[in-house]
Design a protein around this ligand. Structure first.
Ligand SMILES: Cc1cc2nc3c(=O)[nH]c(=O)nc-3n(C[C@H](O)[C@H](O)[C@H](O)COP(=O)(O)O)c2cc1C
Length: 197
C-alpha cells in the first residue's frame, strides 16, 4: 500500500515539504510506503485544451515536454494521493493548479465515457497547505476538489490540514498544525488499510 505526495512549492525543503514529510513519517510508521514528488519549480504546463486524452480515450497527456505523464502514472499506481501547496495569492501555486487541472481531466475520462468509476475511484486523498496568514482554506479546497470530482475517499484530520509559517521551518513551531499532519497520516493509513488490506 503506497502513498504518493506532490509538493507544489518551489522550495524543496520549505514549509510545505516539512509538513508533508511529517505526515509521510506517520504513514510509514503505520506500515505504508511513501514518496514525495517535487512539482513546484518544474516546467509543468497547464492544460492546452487539445482534448486529445478524451478523443483518443487515453489516460496520458499529449503534452510530453514536462514530467506530468510520469506523475499521473504514480497516481494511478498508488492507493493514496497527497496534494500539498503553499498559499500563493489566495490559492495554490500555479504548478499545483496545472497538475490538478490535467490529472482531474484525465481521471474523469472514464466517467465521461460512461464507466462507473474514474481512474482515481476510491483512492484515498489528503490535502496539505503551508501559509503565512490567510488563504489556506481556499488552497485546500482547490486540492480537495480534485478528490471530490474523481470519487476519491477523503479522510480529514483533527482540524484543517495547514501549518502556519513564512520562513522555511517556521511551520514546525505551529504545534496545532504540526499535530494535524500526524492525525491526517493516521486517518489516511486507517482508511487505506480498511479499503485495501
Ligand atoms: C508569491 C507568494 C505569494 C504568497 N501569498 C500568500 C498569501 O496569499 N497568503 C499568505 O498567508 N501567505 C502567502 N505567501 C507566503 C507563503 O504561503 C508561506 O511563506 C509558506 O510558508 C511558504 O511555504 P513553502 O516554504 O513550502 O514555500 C506567499 C508567498 C509567496 C512567495
Amino acid at each position: 500500500m503506497h502513498v504518493v505526495a506532490f509538493n507544489g512549492s518551489p522550495r524543496k525543503n520549505g514549509n510545505t515539504a516539512r509538513l508533508v514529510r511529517h505526515c509521510l513519517d506517520t504513514l510509514e510508521s503505520e506500515g505504508l510506503s511513501t514518496e514525495m514528488v517535487q512539482v513546484g519549480g518544474t516546467n509543468i504546463r497547464g492544460c492546452c485544451s487539445c482534448l486529445s486524452c478524451r478523443k483518443k480515450a487515453v489516460e496520458l497527456c499529449a503534452i510530453t515536454s514536462d514530467p506530468f505523464n510520469e506523475w499521473i502514472e504514480k497516481m494511478k499506481n498508488a492507493e493514496g494521493i497527497i496534494l500539498a501547496s503553499p498559499v500563493y495569492m489566495f490559492g495554490t501555486t500555479p504548478e499545483m493548479k496545472a497538475l490538478i487541472d490535467r490529472a482531474s481531466f484525465i481521471a474523469r475520462g472514464r466517467v465521461r465515457r460512461g464507466e462507473q468509476g474514474s481512474m482515481f475511484y476510491r483512492k484515498v486523498g489528503g490535502a496539505i497547505s503551508a501559509v503565512r496568514r490567510a488563504g489556506a482554506i481556499q488552497a485546500l479546497q482547490t486540492m480537495i476538489s480534485m478528490f471530490a470530482v474523481t470519487q476519491m475517499v477523503v479522510p480529514m484530520s483533527n482540524y484543517w490540514t495547514f501549518g502556519m509559517g513564512e520562513a522555511p521551518g517556521e511551520v514546525e513551531k505551529d504545534a496545532e498544525g504540526w499535530r494535524s499532519m500526524e492525525e491526517l497520516g493516521r486517518n489516511m493509513a486507517w482508511v487505506i488499510k480498511k479499503l485495501y488490506s
